[in-house]
Write a protein of this length. Structure first.
Length: 159
């Protein structure tokens, strides 16, 4: 299975970079992982809703350039569906059984995702009603994907 993580911005913190590398290494036995970073827009302090919408649109255009027509697209969004780790694992297994060979997960920038990206997504996924830094979300997402593969392989990591 091919899994792309399309995300806005770069991870600057070394400890997060190290965690991302570790999970990417662990995932290499289960899937072909590709992390695609697109540039983020500078968000001015106290920006208007119109400016925020323009920023999300620009970031959305950059994201859209990497979305494959044949991919199953999952956008991370606070209004998305919340799943347990076991449910995510079941979805991954089910998608694979039904011919899905390319999954693209999208993490937006600090303002979230452009409505056009949310509309294109096959699924909206939420990890919590809380807001997380998008750099940290990469680590959380990779850990949960790894956990899902371990669950499906009936290996003990997930307990």
């Amino acid at each position: 299975m091919n899994i792309d993580i399309i995300c806005v911005g770069k991870v600057k913190e070394r400890y997060l970079q190290d965690a991302i590398k570790e999970y990417a290494k662990r995932l290499s036995r289960f899937c072909k992982l590709n992390i695609i970073e697109v540039a983020d827009e500078k968000t001015p302090e106290n920006a208007s809703e119109a400016v925020n919408a323009q920023i999300k649109e620009k970031e959305g255009e950059r994201i859209a350039k990497h979305i494959k027509t044949n991919a199953f697209v999952i956008a991370l969004a606070i209004e998305g569906k919340m799943l347990t780790s076991e449910q995510l694992a079941a979805h991954l297994e089910d998608w694979g059984l039904h011919g899905v060979s390319h999954i693209q997960l999208i993490i937006g920038g600090s303002l979230g995702l452009d409505p056009a990206i949310l509309k294109r997504a096959n699924m909206l996924l939420s990890f919590s009603k809380m807001t997380f830094p998008h750099q940290l979300m990469r680590v959380i997402l990779l850990e949960q994907i790894y956990r899902a593969f371990k669950i499906n392989a009936h290996e003990p990591y997930h307990k």
